[in-house]
Design a protein around this ligand. Structure first.
Ligand code: NAP
Length: 497
């Protein structure tokens, strides 16, 4: 289907194949309230599908199911869990076009980007299938030479996984795959704006052989109605959340009362540093990827372009020209390069940030307006701003690139660190020594060196400061779902001494 516009019949056929219920104990059920929830297409504002609207009772039934099979699931052979994950990878890959189109319909990104997310998101299934069978503990002799010591890992237990709307497949696989690998059962709560991809994914994992009760999915109109009672229940042992910092903070407060393990992937405000020796064409290409992927609706999105004053004018001219060539249109259109913003409120928030930035002295180089017509499109925008402009301290979450300048490396580092967030950062320079000095001194969990996109299932993803706690992916990802047990063994030579 590459390069073609998708037909209405194809869209309907796919939508009708998506399960719309709540997945509890291996069965797709209706919500206990009898209520439904509409899911919209952000490119048109029209309803795509109505799904079951889960509430507290449904969430509790899901936790009952997860808790009931936890002990048995924890004892399954690692190879069995690995093969379920691997079959999940194969099935998602076979249905890549369905997943891509579904994400484009409910979230809006162009099909080419959705296909990229299928590749990225499915890889967590393959990566963790490989990690499952190579997750070892330690055996050693105590320093005194008497006891033998075993350190082993056990699944942390039933986990609540809460995902955002911006990467509907990858945010789910990044949590579900390591939880399966570790032997945890779970309740997945997808975002109400984009729950369909998670439902199709859960159905695929059933086909892959995941036993009933291991993965339960409850979507609903009230996130706190679903999470609230679970967070108070002593059977829940872990919450893994990806979303905004204020919601993450609230969940951590709730988690404290029940002493739950937490993983928090929160907001970002990524600096994109361009030094005077950088290859400017490569920097603009990287800037386009780091800013425009997902319409800028990414926690890793470059949010502050900090450019050396000697090359700033040339960088801005090239970057503005590239932004101006983009084509905001429904993601199913063959020539779409930018999809809509997720909803009208989010688009209004983006425009307000631009308006406030201009009021504070920022200049619009290109864009600066919502696009007229159906859907929630915003024209890709470049702002030239002073380094005290208010937009530099906000997570924009949209296709708006504020550019400011620095004169020295020290100033660049200071500006980069002038944020409460510490998730992604980008450095463009030909000098590897500059990269080492700067990456050592900036407070970010991820650094892209001459690269605008660095997320990869094999690498630990996560932030510092208000961007969160814990890591997803890499060798580290599975540890988030395990707890450590130490077994101390009496001296086997004692009787001989
Ligand atoms: P959000 O509003 O915080 O929502 C994220 C998830 O939390 C959704 O499932 C949402 O449910 C749920 N939620 C909202 N309020 C809740 C509450 N009181 N109790 C329990 N759950 C609650 O964030 P978003 O707008 O979806 O996503 C954008 C944010 O996510 C940005 O800040 C972005 O940087 C961050 N993000 C971070 C990463 C990362 O890896 N660090 C990755 C992607 C996104 P409903 O949507 O159903 O209400």
């Amino acid at each position: 289907m590459t390069g073609t516009t998708v037909t209405a019949e194809r869209e309907q056929e796919l939508l009708q194949s998506v399960p719309t219920g709540l997945l509890i104990n291996g069965e797709w059920r209706d919500a206990s309230s009898g209520k439904t929830l509409d899911v919209h297409d952000p490119a048109t504002g029209k309803v795509l599908l109505s799904i079951q609207d889960g509430n507290s009772d449904d969430a509790m039934a899901a936790l009952d199911a997860a808790a009931a099979v936890q002990a048995e699931w924890a004892l399954t052979a690692p190879r069995e869990r690995a093969e379920i994950l691997r079959r999940g990878f194969d099935l998602v890959t076979e249905r890549a076009e369905d997943f891509a189109l579904l994400m484009t319909l409910e979230m809006g990104k162009p099909l080419a980007e959705s296909r990229g997310e299928v590749t990225y998101g499915s890889e967590f299934l393959r990566w963790f299938s490989e990690e499952t069978v190579r997750h070892y503990g330690r055996y050693f002799t105590s320093p005194e030479g008497k006891n033998k010591m075993i350190v082993t890992h056990k699944p942390v237990g039933p986990s609540l996984l809460i995902t955002p709307w911006n990467f509907p497949l990858a945010m789910a696989t990044r949590k579900v795959a390591p939880a399966i690998a570790a032997g945890c059962t779970m309740v997945l709560k997808p975002a109400k704006l984009t729950p369909l991809t998670s439902m199709l994914f859960a159905q695929v994992m059933q086909e892959a052989g995941l036993p009933a009760g291991v993965l339960n999915v409850v979507a609903g109109s009230s996130a706190s109605a679903i999470s609230g009672p679970l967070m108070k229940d002593s059977r829940l042992r872990k919450v893994s959340f990806t979303g905004s910092t204020p919601v993450g903070v609230r969940l951590m407060q709730d988690a404290a009362n029940n002493v739950l393990r937490t993983s928090m992937e929160l907001g970002g405000n990524a600096p994109f540093l361009v030094f005077e020796d950088a290859d400017l064409d490569a920097a603009v290409e990287g800037a386009m990827a780091a800013k425009m992927r997902n319409m800028g609706e990414a926690c890793t999105a470059a949010n502050r372009f900090l450019v050396h004053e000697d090359v700033a004018e040339e960088f801005k001219a090239k970057f503005a020209a590239a932004l101006g060539n983009l084509n905001p249109s429904r993601g199913t259109e063959a020539d779409s390069t930018v999809g809509p913003i997720i909803d009208s409120g989010a688009r209004d928030d983006i425009h307000q940030l631009v308006t406030d930035s201009v009021a504070a002295g920022g200049q619009v180089v290109t864009g600066g307006q919502p696009k007229d017509g159906d859907g929630y499109f915003y024209i890709p925008t470049l702002l030239s701003v002073g380094n005290d402009n208010p937009i530099l301290s906000e997570e924009i979450f949209g296709p708006v690139a504020p550019v400011t300048t620095f004169a020295t490396e020290e100033e660049a580092i200071e500006l980069a660190n002038a944020s409460q967030y510490g998730l992604a950062s980008y450095i463009y320079t030909k000098d590897v020594n500059t990269m080492f000095r700067v990456s050592e001194q900036i407070e970010f969990g991820l650094v892209g060196y001459n690269a605008g996109v660095i997320s990869n299932a094999s690498a630990p993803f996560g932030g510092v400061k208000q961007s969160g706690l814990g890591r997803e992916g890499g060798a580290e990802g599975i540890e988030e779902y395990t707890t450590v047990q130490y077994i101390g063994i009496a001296d086997p030579y004692a009787a001989k001494k």
